[in-house]
Write a protein that binds this ligand. Sequence first.
Ligand SMILES: [Ca+2]
Length: 304
Amino acid sequence: MVQVAYNELSDINKAWLFTGADAWAFPHNDPDQAIDFSGFPSNSTFVLDQYIDLINNSTLGLYFQITATILSGTPSAWSSLSSNAGSISPAGGTLAFLWQPKRTCPTSRVLETLRVKVAAYSDVSYSVLYGEDSIDFTYHFFSHSSGGVKDFTDFEEGSWEGWAQTSGFGTITIQYAYSGSSSVKMFKSGVNNYTVDSSGQKIPNQDHYISKTYDLSGYAHAYLVIHSTRHVAGSGDEYAKILRIWTSTKDFIIRVNRASATFNPIRIAVPLPCVNDTVKIASGFNSDTSCMWIDSIIITTFSS
Ligand SMILES: [Ca+2]
């Protein structure tokens, strides 16, 4: 896929799912999802947030329904796979629907694939089908504690530890740390680093970022794990809600949930292509009270 900024894509470009000639859906997240379960109790259940934008350009009111089947994996470990999104008005109605499948914490690394179907019905009882389409999501569950350590950066040396940054972006600060006492404040003075795209989602720009080049060729799987935090509340802090991680072939746009307490750490993981490439990380921000801090970055690898 040609690398184009998310906010430069039209609705049709983003629409991976067509439920009719004039009704479609696109998922905000990449179909390759990674979940690092290191440190989680075995009785944990993960809620895997997946925003799906639904657009109705037809002349009918449509009712959307999300369902999923397990193509590979352990069906009994999954729940909350079906969800009714409700009605969307005709002639341009939209909805950013939050689909939240659940999965119990695995005990070992596993890749599981779900076929996610988005169906549109023209009646409130979801019986008259207007159209449907599906997409396969692959969930990579792994523990960074059992993988090889390609990189561990915790910014505790007071240096960038090999990470580059665009001019003026990011400051190593002694605050909001989960490991040690230092973190990187993802901020540049006087800059608003976000764009509102056509779906209303706020997307970090690709102008300001930290980056590092890795040779991951030869590994079967590699994952980037970030421990970050952000403010609980604050005017405009939703700009700091989106973390963007990209390589030359991938562009992950991740909504970071609001921390349950200010500066509680939040873990984010993405699968990385196993090639020699540069990883870039940015978040949205608009002032020094509305930004993210990155406390540690791990790249873990698996040979099979
Ligand atoms: Ca740290």
